[in-house]
Design a protein around this ligand. Structure first.
Ligand code: DOR
Length: 427
């Protein structure tokens, strides 16, 4: 495809400037002012729009194989493309688990065949995510897996986790921890605090997260391994990471759009659409997570896009599964809820997660001639509300109905192809 994007505001790690972008043969062919289109080109008018590197989501549940009734690699990647993402890390809590080369290869192949963005399969830390035996890290690393996680659960055994970090140090792979001490959250449905006490519901203490954040930081200190801490939600976690980074440890962290925008008070409705793991926390936690993003303690915004069939989310709070959609609303939530410059938001959505995922050679690249054409083109100012029936995801469990969002993706270019045009996926 030969494409010309006219009159955009280019935003990347080099700063902001006006310009046109010509794309040919999967790459940015030219960047400059007043580029002329010839007859063969498709021209996009980006007046008032930002042209940035495409976004990279470190944390997405695509549900294939195993739960295709909730999402597939095709539908999830379509939601991703509509959100401006050109690469997503696919979580391994599939059925079967992504704990061996065969399953990882299946996900990657499905991605190549059906997806509208790059699908980067993560693999589990332990076989079957059962927490007792390490997955074959060497084979999986040779097969191109970079991120390992038992997401949905933390690895409880500290000795097993010590060994995992030792392997991480040898193999150059990343252990992405879901920080939750399970003994402290058994049966919990929401954040443990005033609201939870008032409702008389079993609570999920902040300490359950912070204990494992602390343990894993110390294991990194001991082993020289590399940790990425998933979906941090408490003020205490942010402070622990801030100190670990000040100590120079190889620790990165992410936060979700919902943990910078929604509080535990929403559970007063008893609506399981607001049940998520880790749970929605308090205003003070939200302020701390936002401050962590603002000062770089938290590296990346990652959605934890977790589709669930409506019937499962309509169950009572104690039996409904945790999780909420995130791909199509991430940018709109970030701009509406973060009091930082736009380049900091794009950094947290694009080049910083690209580096953590190890795809910085093809994603999150500057908007420059010669670079791979993976780009998001978005309106940073438009206000909108999500309409669940219009989502590309197979599931409908968005918590943002009736909440104003600011900023929306208009076009997404993946591998030089215009996969989203005017807010509509082209395949
Ligand atoms: O809310 C969540 N849902 N948190 C997780 O860690 C897992 C995810 C899921 O798979 O549904």
């Amino acid at each position: 495809m030969n494409l010309l994007i006219k009159n955009g505001r280019l935003l990347d790690q080099d700063g902001t400037r006006a310009g046109d972008v010509r794309i040919a043969d999967g790459r940015i062919a030219d960047v400059g002012e007043s580029l002329e289109g010839d007859g063969a080109e498709q021209v996009i008018d980006a007046t008032g729009l930002v042209v940035s590197p495409g976004f990279v989501d470190l944390h997405v549940h695509l549900r294939e194989p195993g739960k295709e009734e909730a999402e597939t690699i095709e539908t999830g990647s379509r939601a991703a493309a509509l959100g401006g993402f050109t690469a997503v890390v696919a979580m391994p809590n599939t059925e079967p688990t992504q704990d061996c080369v065969e399953v990882v290869d299946f996900v990657r192949e499905q991605g190549r065949r059906a997806a509208l963005c790059d699908v980067l399969p993560a693999a589990s830390i332990t076989v079957g995510r059962a927490g007792t035996q390490l997955s074959p890290f060497g084979e999986l690393a040779d097969a191109g897996v970079r991120i390992f996680t038992d997401d949905g659960a933390g690895v409880q055994d500290p000795l097993l986790m010590r060994r995992a970090y030792e392997y991480a140090s040898d193999l150059g792979i990343v252990m992405a921890q879901h920080c939750e001490v399970a003994r402290l959250t058994d049966g919990a449905v929401m954040h443990e605090g005033a609201c939870c006490s008032h409702l008389g519901l079993p609570g999920w203490p902040s300490l359950a997260e912070e204990l494992m954040v602390h343990r894993d930081i110390e294991l990194v200190r001991l082993t020289g391994g590399r940790a990425h801490l998933l979906h941090l939600s408490t003020a205490g976690s942010v402070e622990l990471v801030r100190r670990a980074k000040a100590d120079g440890l190889a620790v990165t962290a992410e936060a979700t759009p919902h943990h910078i925008s929604l509080t535990d008070e929403l559970l007063r409705s008893y609506d399981a659409v607001y049940k998520v793991n880790p749970p929605l926390r308090t205003r003070d936690d939200i302020a701390a997570v936002r401050a962590g993003l603002a000062d770089g303690t938290i590296d990346a915004l990652a959605t934890d896009h977790a589709p669930h069939e409506s019937a499962t989310k309509e169950q009572p709070l104690d039996s409904a599964p945790p999780g909420m959609l995130g791909l199509e609303t991430a940018l709109g939530v970030a701009i509406a809820h973060l009091d930082v410059e736009l380049d900091a938001i794009v950094a947290a959505l694009s080049w910083k997660p690209a580096a953590i995922a190890g795809v910085e050679d093809r994603h999150g690249r500057p908007v420059r001639a010669g670079e791979p054409a993976n780009l998001a083109v978005f309106d940073p100012a438009v206000e909108w509300e999500v309409v669940p029936a219009e989502l590309a995801s197979k599931s409908r469990n968005t918590p943002y109905v009736g909440i104003a969002l600011t900023g929306r993706v208009r076009h997404t270019i993946f591998g030089g192809e215009l996969v989203v045009k005017d807010g509509t996926a082209r395949r």
